[in-house]
Every structure is written in C-alpha cells, then in structure tokens.
Design a protein around this ligand. Structure first.
Ligand SMILES: [Zn+2]
Length: 111
C-alpha cells in the first residue's frame, strides 16, 4: 500500500490484520488475531518523519557502550562529540560509543 504523500521517507500503510503467533500456518498465510464485533469504518494509518515547522527538533547524542553513560541530547554534533572526547580522556579503557539519533515522526490516516 503506497503512501499518498509520496515521495516521503519510508511511509507505509497498514490495515487491521495481524499475524497470529505460533500455530501451523504457512509463511505466506495471514490470519486475523481477532474479529471485530462492530466495524465503524476502515482507515489506513501512515507513518513518516515529522518535518512540519512545529515538529520537535531532531537531536544527537552518544552513549558509552562500556559504562552506559550518555552525553546530553543536542540539536548539533559539537557538544556530543566533545563529550565523547572528554569521556574517553577520563576513562581511557572506554573506547566504544553508540550514536543516538532522536527524530520526530508523525502518523495520519486516510479512509
Ligand atoms: Zn564510559
């Protein structure tokens, strides 16, 4: 199901049928988890990064994989990178870090 707002970043739609865990299903079969008692209307939900002017800002941070300590989240790279260099300077055996990106996403529905 394509995104009506395309081109966008990985947007997709989904209707209310989910795969049942376990059982003797073939891999290409999809079974409903439960049947609705009353259907008011079917809608398709979409998901994409929120790029509207009022969206939360994207932020960057680093986490030390050795001890789990984090830099502060920042809208720029300078502060998290400075934190990494300071952290490994204080802890010379802490040499592995994880980049943490936080990006706002938005959902919307269509009939
Ligand atoms: Zn550390």
């Amino acid at each position: 199901m394509g995104c009506p707002a395309a081109p966008c970043c990985g947007a997709f739609g989904a209707r209310g049928v989910e795969r049942q865990a376990g059982g003797a299903q073939r891999d290409d079969e999809v079974a409903p988890v439960s049947e609705p008692k009353t259907v008011i209307r079917h809608v398709t939900w979409h998901l994409r990064p929120d790029q509207e002017p009022d969206a939360e800002p994207s932020t960057f941070a680093f986490m030390c994989v050795v001890c789990g300590e984090n830099s502060r989240a920042s809208e720029g790279w300078e502060e998290p990178q400075a934190w990494v260099l300071g952290h490994c300077g204080r802890n010379p055996s802490h040499l592995t870090y994880r980049e943490v990106l936080t990006r706002p996403w938005k959902t919307w529905m269509t009939p």
